[in-house]
Write a protein that binds this ligand. Structure first.
Ligand code: NAX
Length: 328
């Protein structure tokens, strides 16, 4: 049998973890020929529930699942891992200021970055899902000096998929007819879902939509505030769709994207599109040879420029705040 790939999932006992682990074990992340060995990382109060999930994984008798282990120690949890899904994070509690939130998450993502640095496999790839995802990824990367920065990414694929679905519904087409949608900036309400380069069945999306007000007053806020709408409807935050997006992100990262289109991911900025170098911001990206590349040379109109700058300004504020806290 091929050597199993080690995959670590943090927050394994949470709702995204529960929606994610069975899909990974069934081969949807790495394909039908690659066995996986799962490492479930939790904090001590979550260990028992994670062990229950591990029992259920056993009970599925997945042919590709080479083993499941549960840990509450990051060093052990990331030992030998090639794929790290950092899902567990500290949610904002009542009365918590943003700086408190950043500090609490720094207390999670700094040691996890250090543990990845200490013991993960050479080819480790990290996807941060736990919020604030972009800045948590920045903190983890800063504590893993021996791991190339471009191995740390933040998830904006759920926002991207939401944008595809909204545009398909509006234009009466299938999501597969839509290409080159972009999410720019932060995974937060300031994100900019951009269809100015998108096409619908080969025609410019803006021409097919033919209603600029729909873009600004409906599409952008619906995508950016979809998470809140899900909480309102479901009584809890997006879980299965978030897990699905994490699978999409890592599958594309490891298997590549088609040359004809692109997707969105939070990746380290090389200064493209005026985004300060080193920030982890969402960009239009393609993947080949196991690396994300920012799609170059897109024309950015004034409207897009303003929206991108606003979201990037928030990322700069978050970075400066975690710097002041000594987390970078
Ligand atoms: P849950 O509260 O259901 O689960 C979180 C789990 O993480 C808990 O079991 C907790 O014990 C564990 N945990 C906390 N600290 C940990 C640590 N230091 N090490 C290991 N495990 C730890 O949350 P869930 O709904 O699964 O959401 C997880 C995270 O995803 C949240 O931060 C959430 O905001 C974020 N999301 C990000 C999305 C994105 O698109 N980037 C979308 C969905 C989701 O909102």
């Amino acid at each position: 049998m091929t050597t199993p790939v080690t995959v670590t999932v943090t927050g394994a006992a949470g709702q995204i973890g529960y929606a994610l682990l069975f899909r990974i074990a069934s081969g949807q992340l790495l394909g039908p020929d690659t066995p996986v060995s799962l490492r479930l990382l939790e904090i001590p109060p979550g260990v028992k529930a994670a062990e229950g999930t591990a029992m259920e994984l056993d009970d599925c008798a997945f042919g590709l699942l080479a083993g499941v282990d549960v840990f509450d120690d990051p060093t052990a949890g990331f030992d030998g891992t090639s794929i790290a899904l950092l899902v567990g994070a500290r949610p904002r509690g009542p009365g918590m200021e943003r700086s408190d939130l950043l500090e609490a998450n720094g207390g999670i993502f700094a040691p996890q970055g250090a543990a990845i640095n200490a013991g993960a496999a050479e080819d480790v790839r990290v996807l941060v899902v736990g919020n604030p995802a972009n800045t948590n990824a920045l903190i983890a990367a800063a504590h893993a000096p021996d791991v190339p920065d471009d191995r740390f990414t933040a998830m904006t694929r759920l926002d991207h998929n939401r944008a595809l679905s909204q545009l398909a519904a509006r234009t009466g087409t299938a999501v597969t007819d839509i290409e080159n949608v972009t999410i720019w900036g932060n995974h937060s309400a300031t994100q900019y879902p951009d269809i100015s380069h998108a096409s619908v069945a080969g025609r410019p999306a803006l021409e097919v939509v033919d209603d600029p007000a729909w873009v600004t007053d409906s599409f952008i806020p619906t995508v950016a505030e979809r998470g809140a709408a899900i909480i309102d409807a479901r009584g809890s935050s997006s879980a299965a769709s978030a897990a699905n997006a994490a699978i999409d992100h890592l599958h594309d990262w490891t298997h590549g994207t088609p040359e004809s289109s692109w997707t969105s991911a939070g990746v380290v900025s090389d200064g493209s599109y005026g985004v300060p170098e080193g920030l982890i911001s969402s960009f239009p990206v393609r993947s080949s040879g196991g690396r994300w590349q920012i799609v170059p040379d897109l024309e950015i109109d004034d409207f897009s420029r303003g929206r991108i700058d606003a979201s990037v300004a928030e990322l700069v504020e978050e970075r400066d705040a975690v710097r002041r806290l000594g987390l970078l």
